[in-house]
Design a protein around this ligand. Structure first.
Ligand code: ADP
Length: 267
């Protein structure tokens, strides 16, 4: 299990006039789910890339499991983090689905006799085992996204960062993947960080971080942040009426299960 400490991060791209992130601090507890939400262009992907060490902060520090992210520690950091991007096209390298999942394992020098089982297990987890020998180019967007996730799962990371990674999935496939991620958090202690506009995904989070204008404008428990409708409307996350009712009741200690809500509205 791994936790993350982000302390006073400021980041400016060489060609940006103002910092894209200013004085960002938060913790990610081990085995927790953190949702990062905010308008397009508010700095969410930049923050994810800083955590993964793909970018190095202009000021401040990030520690993963007690190790400070820097160029010198990137090897160790990348063993702990799996990063799933929005566009799965950008992450395919193999001629077949199985080859693609094998790629990361080969990089880690996993023994060939252990490889097959790891590939099969990971593909099974995302419901793509029967597509093992298919060329990735022939898959739908959602299927590609599942294979990308399998490639990450095969490496057993302690932290998974999803950058709008479920946005290409249809509602059913999205629900399946979210259920799988929830299980990974609960049973294997994997920490999930998801950048998303999807309310189902946001709702699964233990913590929500709201970014606006390069700064954290609110962070806290999901129930707390989701109550703040004004803020959510400001950043473009709309809450369906049925969920508003659920949240309202929750503030009065009444738990209205999802089955009583209009599920069509949640999609
Ligand atoms: P979000 O993920 O919230 O949509 P980003 O982190 O992608 O936001 O972008 C934050 C800001 O940084 C935007 O204004 C964007 O135009 C700018 N930006 C993103 N990538 C680069 C880059 N490589 N060079 C310069 N500016 C960038």
């Amino acid at each position: 299990m791994a936790g993350i400490k982000v302390r006073n991060i400021t980041f400016k791209y060489p060609d940006s006039k103002a910092p894209v992130l200013k004085n960002i601090s938060f913790n990610v507890e081990p085995a927790s789910w953190t949702a990062i939400i905010g308008h397009n262009g508010s700095g969410k992907s930049t923050l994810a890339r800083l955590i993964d060490g793909l970018l190095i902060p202009t000021a401040g520090s990030i520690e993963i499991d007690g190790i400070r992210v820097s160029e010198a520690t990137l090897g160790i950091i990348h063993q702990q983090i799996g990063f799933v991007f929005q566009n799965p096209e950008n992450q395919f390298v193999g001629a077949t689905v199985a080859d693609d999942v094998a790629f990361g394992l080969e990089n880690r020098q996993v023994l060939p006799e252990k490889m097959e089982k790891k590939i099969n297990d990971a593909l099974e987890m995302v419901g793509m085992l029967k597509y093992k020998d298919v060329e990735p180019i022939n898959l739908s967007g959602g299927q590609k996204q599942r294979v990308a996730l399998a490639g990450i799962l095969a490496l057993m990371p302690k932290i998974i960062i999803l950058d709008e990674a479920t946005s290409m999935l249809d509602p059913l496939a999205r629900k399946e993947i979210l259920t799988l991620l929830k299980r990974l958090r609960d049973e294997q202690g994997i920490s999930i960080i998801s950048i998303t506009h999807d309310l189902d995904e946001i709702e699964l989070a233990d913590n929500i971080i709201v970014i606006n204008d390069a700064q954290i404008v609110k962070q806290g428990a999901a129930a707390d942040v989701l109550k703040n409708e004004k803020l959510l409307t400001e950043i473009g996350v709309g809450i369906p009426v049925s969920q508003r009712l659920q949240l309202l009741l929750a503030t009065r200690g009444i738990n209205l299960p999802n089955r009583y809500l209009n599920l069509e509205e949640l999609k």
